[in-house]
Design a protein around this ligand. Structure first.
Ligand code: TRP
Length: 470
């Protein structure tokens, strides 16, 4: 039987670790470019809407499973299933989460590798007007990319192997506020130097013609939910693992609320920093000039270049803090699978991390190749292996696991849920939460999941056809 591995002895440890996990590349690299890819304002509104209506409730469900199950994702689900007379097969939810975590780790490390690389590039100074070429050049170098990626993976595995409690807490206490202040400063700079109105307009105005022009209704909704889940670290066991280390006096609802708010705040601020700068530089989203995942790497160095020598200081600071944010997220991505191996197969932490390290490096090589050697090797309707891994983990698996957890807590754990663990004393609120988990989120998630996959994988936009009927 799996045993409880460790327990945090204060309430801030969970908050710091979970916020450190949630705030990462997803906020600063992912959110802006996904907004740009999916029509701007409409996507942002959908994203905020889903964070509140689905993300927050499912976030609490995942933390709850961990807090009650007190073990790694698979064992937590299995032991709670046993307690509630449910099938042991529910463990599949935990396994699917672990699969998602390994794939995410494989591509996440590649982007983090770029971030470290860019720290050095911006320290040397970037000439104005060259950021685009630099990005094209960096992407084409298989061995350079492998170097930075592997460095990042080895670094995160080193921390995970030694246990994540000690250092993370101390580091996050100091670095998270710094990242926050830097992002605020970028917003200020964007407002001053960039085209703030164009940025705000793009991010926050609902444009009714978005759906018609892009003809991608379901995929946009799916991307917004996928982004909400990804950014909140929902759906692969991270929150279960952290929930299992939570002290018993800490309440799930309150702690979750803090993390969800901080994470969403940082994403919106990152958007507020990047879009005014990008528009000020003359990027045009309609002409696809944002270029998907290139957005941050093309915009920020250009903005630093305009600052001259000061940019050579602020640039590296920005990328350093972004790398730290990515680092704390990566650790949280690795933790569930390492906890699983140590508890399920009684491996030492060191050995378990070694296994995960090898898996991660192998997967990251595939993802790196997707940028260059296998750039044009499409997988299904996805352009290359990198895009495929991203899609398969973020939009396919996370939503599936999210649904599984929602159904599990809503339908099977009703007797286990207690107001005290949750910290919800109001019965109406409690009933609302359970109602969302039972009905709203599964039905909605699975509908969008089906429609979105039909569209992305088979290019069939059923939702668009339905909207057009009216
Ligand atoms: N949320 C992190 C980010 O925004 C990434 C991340 C960490 C994650 N742990 C996760 C994503 C668990 C999904 C599931 O960068």
């Amino acid at each position: 039987m799996a045993t409880q591995s460790s327990q945090w002895n204060n309430n801030t440890a969970f908050l710091l670790a979970a916020t450190g996990s949630a705030v990462g590349l997803g906020n600063i690299w992912g959110f802006p470019y996904k907004a740009a890819e999916n029509g701007g304002g409409l996507f942002v509104l959908l994203y905020i809407f889903f964070v509140i209506t689905l993300g927050f409730p499912v976030f609490m469900a995942e933390v709850f499973i961990g807090k009650k199950g007190k073990s790694n994702p698979v064992s937590s689900v299995e032991s709670l299933a046993a307690k509630s007379n449910s099938s042991k097969k529910w463990g599949i939810v935990g396994y699917a989460g672990i699969l998602a975590s390994l794939i995410i780790a494989g591509y996440y490390a590649v982007i983090a590798g770029f971030v470290i690389d860019y720290g050095f590039i911006s320290a040397q100074g970037v000439a104005e007007g060259t950021a685009k070429d630099i990005w094209a050049n960096q992407q084409s170098t298989f061995f350079d990319m492998t170097f930075w990626t592997v460095l990042f993976i080895v670094g995160s595995c080193y921390v995970v192997a030694n246990g994540i409690d000690a250092g993370i807490d101390k580091a996050m206490r100091f670095l998270l506020p710094m990242l926050f202040i830097l992002v605020l400063a970028m917003v200020g700079y964007g407002a001053y130097q960039g085209d703030f109105n164009a940025g705000i307009n793009y991010l926050f105005s609902w444009k009714a013609d978005d759906i018609e022009t892009t003809g991608q209704a379901a995929a946009i909704v799916q991307a917004a939910i996928g982004q909400a889940f990804f950014s909140l670290s929902i759906g692969m066991g991270t929150l279960m693992a952290f929930g299992s280390y939570m002290p018993s006096s800490q309440k799930v609802s309150k702690a979750s609320g803090v993390v969800v708010t901080a994470d969403t705040g940082v994403a919106l601020l990152a958007g507020l920093a990047i879009f005014p700068l990008a528009f000020g530089l003359g990027f045009d989203p309609k002409e696809d000039a944002f270029g998907g995942s290139a957005l941050v790497f093309e915009t920020m160095p250009e903005a630093f270049a305009q600052l001259g020598v000061i940019g050579q200081l602020v640039g590296p600071l920005f990328f350093f803090l972004l790398a730290v944010a990515a680092f704390s997220s990566m650790i949280s991505i690795l933790e569930p699978s390492v906890a699983f191996l140590t508890q399920k197969f009684s491996m030492s932490r060191m050995k378990a991390t070694g296994v995960i390290l090898l898996v991660c490096i192998s997967l990251s090589l595939v993802s790196i190749a997707g940028h260059n050697v296998w750039k044009d090797v499409s997988v299904g309707a996805l352009d290359n292996p990198f895009e495929f891994m991203k899609y398969f983990a973020d939009d396919f698996l996370l939503l599936l696991v999210g649904t599984g957890m929602s159904v599990f807590v809503g339908w099977r754990l009703q007797k286990v849920i207690d107001a005290d663990t949750m910290g919800i004393s109001n019965t109406t609120m409690m009933n609302l939460w359970v109602f969302i988990l039972k009905w709203v989120s599964p039905i909605f998630l699975m509908t969008i999941w089906t429609l979105g996959n039909l569209q992305v994988l088979f290019e069939y936009d059923l939702l668009f056809e339905i909207i057009n009927l009216f």
